[in-house]
Ligand binder design. Sequence first.
Ligand code: AFP
Length: 343
Amino acid sequence: MTARASIAVRNTATSVVTIDRFIIEQEREHPGASGALSGILTDLALAAKMIANKVRAAGLADVLGSAGQENVQGEVQQKLDVIANETIIKAMDHGGRLCCMGSEEADDLIPIPDRFTTGPYVLLFDPLDGSSNIDVNVPVGTIFSVLRKRSAGARGSLEDALQPGAQQVAAGYVIYGSSTMLVYSTGQGVHGFTLDPLLGEFLLSHPDIRTPEHGKFLSVNTSYERHWAEPVRALMRRYRGLDGKREAMNVRYVGSMVADFHRNLLAGGLFAYPANAKAPKGKLRLLYECNPLAFICEQAGGAAIDGPHRVLDIQPTSLHQRTPIYLGSRADVEIAREMLVAG
Ligand code: AFP
């Protein structure tokens, strides 16, 4: 059976497909499955609903603004970052499905408390990506990645987290935008669910997402142009049609990776965060942002590279490592590969 033929259930005029039902139907296609991965996805959907509630009420409740602490990246943590981080940890720590977790907001691996049993998976997540945009009501997102435990011990170790993205068994994101959507893949295509605020359920709204081969949109922060190497500048001139060798792409940059990625996934396009003289590895984190979105992108027919290499093949060496990234429609990523490798 091909990945795209694997949708077992669809909405009809009189019945809707909730994310729980969809997860269970997909699990049924794997008779040996223990149900642990399904449980992780179900728990993540609950955490997403709880975070969505907080994000929706951000202007009302006292959750806007900075919590006054810096995270490991040296960025000021926003209050909602802290809340989202705790919400995910508490939704996930007691299910007996994880051996440990890693969060963009935590310096080290997050252990499963001793009072809970552990399980065969690792969860890595960015609880609230784009959080510097929260105060101005711009969409933000949660990104997650699930890997199988490799180490011998029950409680997990760095070895479990530091696996190439190609080893992910599931990855996804939640976008808190004009509606809240959860998009995920377990390697059987990419499926999107929209939160029905009245039912309080994520409903299947975007089955089998395929990203266009060529993109319309270019998402890159051009204010770094003066710090880019010449091949990157030439590439961006190409995308913008300035060298006369292709039609110009439309530049759209929200500054929230999930929002930029989501638009480009559906409409076609390329998201880039190149290395620059001030940030030689770019800004984005391999484990928490780049790997999960690269997995989704490839599953939808797109591609993701750091320049010469496929992002999913990079062997991570530290939890918070960064990587340059070019991510999106396959033909547009191919142009980046050609020009950056040649340059
Ligand atoms: P914050 O979480 O600090 O807002 O950063 C967001 C982000 O990690 C990603 O979502 C954006 O695409 C990128 O940074 C924007 O960074 P620049 O402002 O340097 O373009």
